[in-house]
Design a protein around this ligand. Structure first.
Ligand SMILES: Nc1nc2c(ncn2[C@@H]2O[C@H](COP(=O)(O)OP(=O)(O)OP(=O)(O)O)[C@@H](O)[C@H]2O)c(=O)[nH]1
Ligand SMILES: [Mg+2]
Length: 201
């Protein structure tokens, strides 16, 4: 999962997991890349160094730290969560220039803030583009904005539009209609298809 700073990557990851499993804001790590994988207890393994045994922290502790910005600094973190999707794939919440894990096959999902736009970069071809924050654009300008943001990648680039904060609110309220309207269902469907080795959308 690549994308510029504040593009919405972490909220998209949480929308895919179905809950705010990765706390808002930065985890107390020097490496901003976070590996999200299946685990039966929500929380995080944090490593002081690659050779070190990790320390375990619960999701409640992480949320408290993220809010208070008061945490022991670590080198990097894995977030664990019991989401069905994570039985199929692990997610890597990284930045635009993150090349992805060298030691396992991966697909790049690129997150773009539609209010900022983005030019294609030199990174690997994205398997899926995720447009965020289109809800912040005036309703009568949304189609034009979406077309302009996608234009550098060509007409048939696989993409979904999602309002991930709304997806998370819909999930909390168990509103199926709002879940679909926010793009959450289309996002999950597209990522599942990628995980199963088929074209995204
Ligand atoms: N209105 C709106 N806000 C969004 C959307 N997606 C994300 N946000 C908000 O944008 C802000 C940044 O979202 P994050 O998910 O933290 O973005 P990020 O790319 O992980 O940011 P960093 O890890 O800090 O670089 C948060 O306040 C989100 O609630 C969207 O589709 N619509
Ligand atoms: Mg983030």
């Amino acid at each position: 999962m690549t994308g510029g700073p504040r593009s919405g990557r972490t909220t998209v990851v949480n929308a895919l997991l179905g809950a705010p499993a990765v706390p808002d804001g930065r985890l107390p790590c020097t490496d901003p890349t976070v590996l999200v994988r299946w685990g039966d207890r929500p929380g995080s393994h944090m490593y002081r160094s690659p050779d070190d045994r990790p320390d375990w922290f619960s999701l409640e502790q992480l949320v408290g730290w993220a809010a208070a910005s008061a945490a022991p600094f670590m080198a990097f973190a894995d977030v664990l969560y019991p989401s069905e999707l994570l039985r199929e794939v692990a997610l890597v919440d990284g930045l635009a220039d993150d090349p992805g894990p060298a030691d396992r096959p991966h697909l790049r999902v690129h997150v773009i803030d539609a209010t900022v736009g983005a030019a294609p970069d030199a990174g690997a071809e994205p398997a899926l583009l995720v447009l965020t924050k289109l809800d912040l654009v005036d309703a009568d300008e949304r189609d034009a904005c979406r077309t302009a943001v996608l234009a550098p990648w060509g007409d048939d680039v696989p993409h979904v539009v999602v309002d991930a904060p709304r997806t998370l609110r819909a999930l909390a309220k168990r509103s199926g209609r709002a879940y679909v309207a926010s793009g959450g269902a289309a996002l999950l469907h597209a990522v599942r298809r990628l995980a199963q080795g088929r074209r995204a959308v």
